[in-house]
Ligand binder design. Structure first.
Ligand SMILES: Cc1ncc(COP(=O)(O)O)c(C=O)c1O
Length: 402
């Protein structure tokens, strides 16, 4: 791959060789610099093969083996649990984060005049369910504003969130991410979870922009519900997301729909006079239609690839990508484009207004796939992108001012 003649695949850095991350494991063509894993993870070769096999298997539905299908559902549940607390009983398969968090919003107690806390600019799937629920019961929705530093650059969320948690009147629920989807800015969930529990409030997390890229310390954070998509940093299929429920909610939570997959299988097809018992653990929340063989196969393949690489190595490798990009931008004199607060594995660049259009156009011209939202250019590399490619992108941006 080359950007304006620069070789973007120079010698692989040591961490990459050590962890055996192979660019060949990803199906990203050489002429594309794909920096959009925060929208959709790059396709793994192993995932593509699994998808093809599942599609082919669909041509012979008469050979569909129900036991194997059930086993593949449990395999995916275990795969998702491996990124959380390891307990497959805690995982429900759902079509989207909005579905999972609508279920959380429906179950968590909330009364008039109590407060639900979210971040300003939070992703709609972790906002709309709370807006609706607050409206239904007459509760307050508080959106924590992003702090800015003395130079007007966006600062660190965590102090502002901890402070808002302490002050919010009748705080009942804090519904937060680990990483803000706009720019990768990270929240200190150790502190935030402790502050939330100190108020006796429930914690709900959307880990869509961090699961697969950062460890999730569920035992320490003690959330009520956690949701994540499967198609970003978990590298799996679109339309197969995960809802983790705390042990208490696995016992008493109410599902959003009445689908047979969430009931004990023994009698559900025998037209019992009353609904058969709910399936064990968070399986009671499994959504109908989600456990589709191709999506299951793709997600299982992604989990197996991540396991083979080693989750700690993947986390370290992605942090190194973010660090490398920040350093390359600073080396090009673009440090001012970065948020003041330390970022995570992806970045939201804020060029000065007069440089924004030129920077976005330069990225587009060079085939650097990114997301432009308002005044922010989001660059989200996965492990297929090496140091040289990131340095070339930073150099390209530095030249984009003309
Ligand atoms: C933070 C965050 N949450 C959730 C989602 C997706 O939500 P849903 O599965 O409801 O479309 C995204 C992106 O697509 C996201 O960035």
């Amino acid at each position: 791959m080359s950007i304006d003649g620069m070789d973007t695949h120079a010698a692989a850095p040591a961490w990459q060789a050590m962890a055996r991350f192979e660019r060949v494991d990803f199906l990203v063509p050489d002429d594309v610099v794909y920096l959009n894993a925060a929208s959709h993870g790059p396709r793994l070769a192993r995932v593509q093969q699994a998808a093809r096999r599942a599609l082919d298997a669909g041509t012979t539905p008469w050979r569909l083996d129900m036991d194997a299908w059930h086993a593949s559902i449990e395999d995916v549940r275990r795969g998702a649990a491996g990124h959380l607390d390891g307990d497959a009983d805690g995982i429900a398969l759902v079509p989207s984060v909005a579905y999972g968090l609508s279920l959380a919003a429906r179950n968590l107690p909330l009364a008039a005049d109590e407060t639900v806390l979210v971040l300003a600019g939070q992703f709609p799937s972790n906002l709309l369910p709370w807006q609706q629920r607050c409206r239904d019961v007459g509760a307050r929705l508080e959106q924590v504003a992003r702090p800015v530093d003395a130079d007007g650059r966006p600062g660190d969320w965590s102090d502002a969130v901890v402070d808002a948690i302490a002050r919010a009147p009748h705080l009942r629920i804090a519904a937060l991410p680990q990483v803000h989807w706009h720019d990768g800015s990270r929240l200190d969930l150790d502190r935030i979870a402790a502050a939330t529990h100190a108020r006796g409030a429930a914690l709900v997390l959307d880990l869509s922009q961090s699961l697969g890229a950062l460890p999730a310390d569920i035992v320490r954070w003690r959330p009520d519900f956690v949701a994540s998509v499967g198609h970003k940093w978990l590298l799996g299929a679109y339309g197969l997301a995960y809802l983790w429920a705390s042990p208490a909610w696995r016992e008493r939570g109410v599902a959003l729909e009445q689908h047979w997959i969430a009931r004990e299988a023994a009698t559900v097809f025998d037209s019992p006079p009353s609904p058969p018992p709910l399936a064990r653990g968070a399986r009671r929340f499994d959504a109908g239609g989600v456990a589709e063989p191709q999506r299951l196969a793709m997600s299982a393949a992604a989990f197996s690839q991540l396991r083979d690489w080693g989750l700690e190595r993947v986390h370290a490798g992605l942090q190194a990508r973010g660090r490398c990009l920040r350093e390359a931008l600073r080396a090009q004199g673009l440090g001012e484009w970065l948020a003041a607060a330390p970022g995570a594995h992806f970045l939201g660049l804020r060029p000065p207004p007069e440089r924004l259009a030129g920077a976005a156009a330069a990225l587009d011209r060079a085939g650097v796939i990114h997301t432009a939202r308002g005044s922010v250019l989001r660059l989200a590399p996965h492990l297929h992108v090496d140091d040289a490619a990131l340095a070339a992108v930073a150099a390209l941006l530095a030249r984009s001012g003309g």
